[in-house]
Design a binder for this molecule. Structure first.
Ligand code: IPM
Ligand code: SF4
Length: 473
């Protein structure tokens, strides 16, 4: 012992979270301890079966939380699983309940107020906390990074691994810093910012990176907005998205956990910041004031443009591969280059998903909708992200505003985000959607999706076409 200690190297938040959970490391491969493992019905059954076949116990049922969201119907949930018409969905949801009971996992069944989309429920129940490592067999686990937790999606074999060991094998990602300076304009949301960022970065622009978002525009976002932004990190290829916890985070959590536990955590949470002079592999800077309402026109989220822009022309692209992707998108979406995106007629509106199914999203929609009607040619549904969101909305009378306008007021679930249940587009239908993916067939075979914010989807519902919501306020 020399008595000397190496000077502490400045670290990013990602590096701090990594080090705090590092169990072992060898040749770049690490084992990370996992603080919270969330399960849903689609990606957990095989892992449970393997565990059973091997006769292994679930290592930490107390750090595991299960709920059905993808396949659940968004009507008649009070009937429980017997009310599910689709047999495959019913079996999957029943299997989750059975497995949860067998392994002692906390599980919210259909119709339980606490049930909903896993990425909405974890945070709102105070299970998602700053400084945690959180995994789930679902790519949008990145949502939880909004709290300064290292949260990422995992595959089925990894689910089994976490179930058995409460740890996971990982390689360290690179670190991408995204600084958003200035303030977002009135009514412009984290969704517009996310779509704008993805259109700048590209769908694989953040591959192999963990993003940390910072800057004035980020610090003024609500927790709901931060979750929307971190949720969509994955659509730029990122492993995870992170926002350092601050007073907004602490205030959100204060309402969701026992006061003594909250106070005990606080000093540790405050230390979850990127050190000054810490090094990132890359930095991207954006001015919030340059962001207006953004809408996707194509078949990936990077194919997004400002509401006052024209559909891009593949002939302007030098790269033949980019041109080919654009041509395919235009063909699938049945859009002509050079035409304004505003004015595109739509058939369906979907407000919901783990991106935009929170109370703030429903409020943003209801403010515009109040006293107006859904256009005669449009079928519109609103699907709260959880039972608690639904209840909060009803307490505020938002359900009435939606129903009076002609929206269907549904029960919680992923619904039309991924069409893994009976909520889906018919072939050829065009949808204004607050979800996060506009891939071909995503919302139903041959369905066409335009991603946008809740305010923009509401404006589309009212006018029957893609519309700048600011013309309605
Ligand atoms: C079903 C699930 C594995 C999938 C995901 O990982 O994201 C789904 O949630 C999605 O949004 O496409
Ligand atoms: S709401 Fe959509 S994106 Fe989110 S978990 Fe469900 S299917 Fe995936």
């Amino acid at each position: 012992m020399t008595g000397k200690t190496a000077p502490a190297r400045p670290q990013t938040l990602y590096e701090k979270l990594w080090d705090a959970h590092l169990v072992a490391e060898d040749n770049g491969e690490a084992i990370l301890y996992i603080d919270l493992h969330m399960l849903h019905e689609v990606t957990s059954p095989q892992a449970f079966s393997r565990l059973k076949a091997l006769g292994r116990p679930l290592r930490r049922p107390d750090l595991t939380l299960a709920m059905a969201d993808h396949c659940v119907p968004t009507i008649r949930q009070e009937l429980g699983t017997p009310g599910i018409e689709d047999t495959a969905s019913r079996l999957q949801i029943e299997a989750l309940s059975r497995n949860s009971a067998e392994f002692g996992v906390e599980h919210y069944t259909l119709g339980d107020l606490r049930n909903g989309i896993v990425h909405v429920v974890g945070p709102e129940l105070g299970r998602t906390l700053p400084g945690m490592t959180i995994v789930c067999g679902d790519s949008h686990t990145s949502t939880h990074g909004a709290f300064g937790a290292l949260a990422f999606g995992i595959g089925t074999s990894e689910i089994e691994h976490v179930m058995a060991t409460q740890a996971i094998r990982q390689r360290k990602s690179k670190n991408l810093q995204i600084i958003v300076n200035g303030q977002l304009q009135e009514g412009i949301t984290a969704k517009d910012l996310a779509l704008k960022l993805i259109s700048v970065l590209g769908v694989d622009g953040a591959t192999d990176h963990v993003i940390e978002y910072s800057g004035e525009a980020i610090s003024t976002l609500s927790m709901e907005g931060r979750m929307t932004l971190c949720n969509m990190s994955i659509e730029a290829g990122a492993r995870a998205g992170l926002i350092a916890p601050d007073e907004t985070t602490f205030a959100y959590l204060k309402q969701r956990m026992p006061a003594d536990a909250w106070a005990a955590h606080l000093p540790g949470w405050r230390a979850l910041q990127t050190d000054e002079d810490a090094l990132f592999d890359r930095t991207v800077t954006l001015n919030a004031s340059d962001v207006g309402p953004v809408v996707s026109w194509g078949i990936n989220p990077a194919q997004s443009i400002a509401i006052d822009a024209q559909i891009p022309d593949p002939r302007d692209q030098a790269d033949p591969r980019v041109r080919a992707v654009m041509e395919r998108a235009l063909g699938y979406m049945q859009l002509a280059p050079g035409t304004p995106i505003a004015g595109t007629a739509i058939d369906r509106v979907f407000i919901g998903s783990c991106t935009n199914g929170r109370i703030e999203d429903l409020r943003a929609a209801a403010i515009i909708l109040k006293g107006r009607k859904v256009h005669g040619s449009v079928k519109a549904i609103v699907v709260p992200g959880s039972g608690l969101v639904r209840q909060a909305a009803e307490d505020e009378g938002l359900d009435k505003i939606f129903m009076d306008a002609g929206f269907e007021w549904r029960q919680p679930g992923c619904s039309m985000c991924a069409a893994m249940n009976s909520d889906r587009l018919s072939p050829g239908e065009r949808c204004a959607s607050t979800s996060n993916r506009n891939f071909e067939n995503r919302q139903g075979p041959a369905g066409r999706t335009h991603l946008m914010s809740p305010a923009m989807a509401t404006a589309a519902a009212i006018t029957g076409q893609i519309t700048d919501f600011r013309t309605l306020i």
